[in-house]
Write a protein of this length. Structure first.
Length: 279
């Protein structure tokens, strides 16, 4: 696609590239919606038919396969470039709390696409959704509405050998280099006595970051890269560990490329201090 465009005069080339970006944007949204709706529809009867010991691994394998296919399709049409291979080293590892930074909505999709034995904490309204939540319920994903129940379920999942995905920031990044970290990851890792594996997600685009309108066209192709960070021992004191974790993320990400959308909270402050290049 790009090779053909390069041979055209500059103005038609720009317009064709813009049309291509709109096509890729809508293709990606429709494809993800179709994959999610298809699997959720299939998950409804499976949730009631299959015993939990079969349903959970099947549900997680299906979500990993669907996400990996989705990212592969984005790569195939040239919308994105993904370098996620660092996560493959964790696939055969024992129980871990996987703790990435959180620049955009695709973060969980990228991590889960490489790690099939992954538990995930999700918003309760998504898990409870009649259609979209069926796949999450089949996979045994954890609701985030009641903290004590959430922590208990997460610890049980880890003790059964799963990985657990938690974004320490709790929401997508709005303050460079990371938002203030919450203590949930530390509490769960401490009670389960499992290590915390940090993960760094880097991108060259603000696409789907906090405040980015869903249908706003980004410049393409978008590059995403994941690298592994330090693995922390099971925390002894949750508060102290959370402060240490936040300092570590700040130190590691301070000089990495970063992009916040113009209307994201605190983006103006970041630009004014010379800490942000907004796409």
């Amino acid at each position: 696609m790009n090779a053909h465009l390069a041979s055209l005069p500059s103005l038609p080339r720009r317009w064709l590239h813009r049309l291509y970006e709109y096509f890729a944007l809508w293709f990606g949204l429709v494809l993800l919606g179709a994959i999610s709706l298809t699997w959720s529809t299939l998950s409804v009867p499976l949730y009631y038919i299959l015993p939990k010991r079969w349903a959970r691994p099947l549900g997680r394998w299906a979500i990993t396969t669907g996400f990996r296919s989705y990212l592969g399709a984005l790569s195939l049409i040239g919308a994105c470039r993904f370098d996620l291979s660092a996560l493959d080293a964790l696939r055969a590892e024992g129980p871990l709390v996987i703790a990435p930074n959180h620049p955009c909505l695709l973060d969980a999709v990228m991590v889960i696409s490489r790690l099939p034995n992954m538990a995930c904490i999700m918003k309760a309204d998504i898990v409870d959704n009649v259609f979209l939540g069926a796949g999450a319920r089949l996979a045994g994903y954890i609701r985030n509405d009641a903290q004590l129940s959430m922590i208990k379920q997460a610890v049980a999942d880890l003790k059964n050998g799963s990985h657990l995905l938690i974004f320490p920031e709790g929401t997508r990044t709005t303050r460079w280099p990371v938002n203030a970290c919450k203590g949930t990851a530390a509490l769960i890792a401490s009670r389960a006595r499992v290590p915390v594996q940090t993960v760094f997600i880097e991108t060259d685009s603000a696409y789907l970051s906090k405040g980015w309108p869903l249908f706003r066209r980004p410049a393409m192709p978008i590059t995403y890269r994941i690298r592994l960070g330090r693995r922390f021992d099971p925390p002894e004191k949750a508060g102290t560990f959370t402060e240490e974790l936040e300092r570590y993320f700040i130190d590691e990400l301070r000089d990495a490329p970063h992009f916040l959308p113009p209307d994201a909270p605190q983006a103006t402050e970041c630009r004014a201090s010379g800490l942000s290049d907004v796409a």
